[in-house]
Design a protein around this ligand. Sequence first.
Ligand SMILES: [Zn+2]
Length: 245
Amino acid sequence: MKEQRVIKVETPYGLVEPVVGKLADREIVFMSRHGRNHVTPPHLVNYRANIWAIRELGVRKVLATAAVGSLSLNFKLGELVLLDQFLDFTKNRPQTFYEGGQKGVLHVDMTEPYCTSVRRGILKASEQIGLPVKNGACYVCTEGPRFETPAEIRMFQSLGADLVGMTSVPEVVLARELGMCYASIGMVTNEAAGIATHPLSHAEVMESMKELGIKVARLVQSTFELCTPDQNCLCASGNREVGKF
Ligand SMILES: [Zn+2]
């Protein structure tokens, strides 16, 4: 990223400080959802402010990354996985910009929660640079910040979940509400409770992230270079029924 700088964006939900810069002669915004130095836990991330801010900056396509735990032998430590569905087990997070009154009410469509067009772009980039990405996984979002119990993991498995994490919801929902494309690459950093043979720790996740972070950065860069800013999918009409406010 060239001409990199931190900027301040005021939103109705609070102040956000994304990093902006240029990549392949186009503008790119980098947002660390946990804040700089990873200080904000998943249940306290200001999702609405983050998503609002990048939309204000003109972003139309969001490429998210997320550390995930694996619930299935099909998804192994160190793999990159494109999410295609989610189960929402969060408990206490604002999930919408549309809170009635003047803002209206929006029941946003979630048939394809993760943009099919951006996902195709990621897969194409992964082929070009020879970095394998598994295509399609059901992500269960938990409230956190604690890890799950083995009983919860068994329940999520029986419901069809493949991966577990704490951040994709409501991020993916809010992006659609503002008409942005959103795709997410899961980085398998640990095995879930009851599958792993040892207690879980944040240190283990961060250690796995080091290597995976470098890989995923290459993939994001190649995808960015391949993608155009125009949206040739249904995401932009996510809020068509009520419009912006
Ligand atoms: Zn899209």
